[in-house]
Design a protein around this ligand. Structure first.
Ligand code: CUA
Length: 317
């Protein structure tokens, strides 16, 4: 699926691709143009009066007017009415964006340094690629494993913090089958700017097929092949290279069987149990000289997946 290059939205904003995005844009436009009109009117009047009524001679009084009750009432009441209109229309849009329709498809979203994990109602777990149906409300239940992240979808005009130890929600109804960018909008450390994800909107029938086959993704693959897919899909590669290059964590090249010095003085030989422990309790034995930055995969990796990852890591020589 490719993104239409013409499809770039207005001068101010990206394309509006959800049912509520136009309400947000409407509020934005109203505020913007109101501000433009008042800015031009007020600054214009200031400039005009400054030139028209400037003091030409020392001691000259330029105007006899120092108070006008009618004028004061007019310029208080008009902005009050305008604010009332803005408040009421904004409140309606806000309430709409806040409360997800009851029939929404609910997907759990977990932020962690520095990727997003999505868990579907059927138990399927995937990183960084949120596949959703078109024309159907999707509710996201957000939380975080470490620090505050923020799930920002510019084309849907929605943004919500993902907070550790707490759930927040957001929802959308995508109107076009396409790929949409998700950004982390809360500074969360070294790779904050790389904490990107994708929303892939598919027609309902295609989405159903995808979800059915996704749950079965290891079929017909050897553990090493499946492990390699998981290494990419679970985002291991953002911190661990397979080439020997240091990124955030140690490279996995030739890792199996290697002896590593640990923070705190002990040493460990990398074997199946060490890999498993490091996936589930990453901070239990941290290799010396590296930050304890890895999030836990407890609850997001099944045993079958851990087996496959171990098989793959053994094969990276
Ligand atoms: Cu996560 Cu910024």
């Amino acid at each position: 699926m490719s993104i239409d290059p013409i499809d770039i939205g207005s001068f101010w904003l990206p394309k509006a691709s959800s049912t509520t995005a136009h309400q947000v844009d409407w509020a934005f436009d109203v505020v913007l143009w109101m501000a433009v009109v008042f800015f031009v009117g007020i600054v214009g009047a200031i400039a005009l009066f400054a030139s028209q009524y400037r003091r030409r001679r020392k001691g000259e009084k330029t105007s006899t007017v120092d108070h006008n009750t009618t004028l004061e009432i007019v310029w208080t009441v008009i902005p009050l009415l305008l604010l009332g209109v803005l408040f009421l229309s904004g409140l309606r849009g806000y309430a709409n964006v806040l409360v997800a329709p009851a029939e929404s498809l609910e997907i759990k979203v977990t932020g962690a340094k520095w990727f997003w994990t999505f868990t579907y109602p059927n138990g399927y777990v995937v990183q960084n690629e949120l596949v959703v149906p078109k024309d159907r409300p999707v509710k996201l239940l957000l939380s975080s494993q470490d620090v505050v992240h923020s799930f920002f979808v510019p084309e849907f005009r929605i943004k919500q913090d993902a907070v550790p130890g707490q759930y927040t929600t957001m929802w959308f109804n995508a109107t076009e089958a396409k790929e949409i960018v998700v950004e982390c909008a809360e500074y969360c450390g070294t790779s904050h700017s790389d904490m990107l994800a994708k929303i892939i909107v598919k027609p309902e029938a295609e989405f159903k097929d995808w979800l059915d086959s996704a749950a079965n993704e290891s079929a017909g693959k050897s553990p090493v092949e499946y492990g390699q897919i998981l290494f990419t899909k679970k985002n291991c590669f953002t911190c661990h290279s397979t080439t020997g290059v240091r990124i955030v964590g140690p490279s996995v090249k030739g890792m199996f069987g290697r002896k590593e010095d640990l923070e705190g003085g002990a040493a460990v030989t990398v074997d199946e149990n060490y890999i498993r422990e490091s996936l589930l309790e990453p901070n239990a034995k941290v290799v010396k000289g590296y930050p304890a930055a890895m999030p836990t995969y407890k609850g997001t990796l099944k045993d079958k997946e851990i087996d496959a990852l171990i098989a793959y890591l053994k094969s990276v020589k």
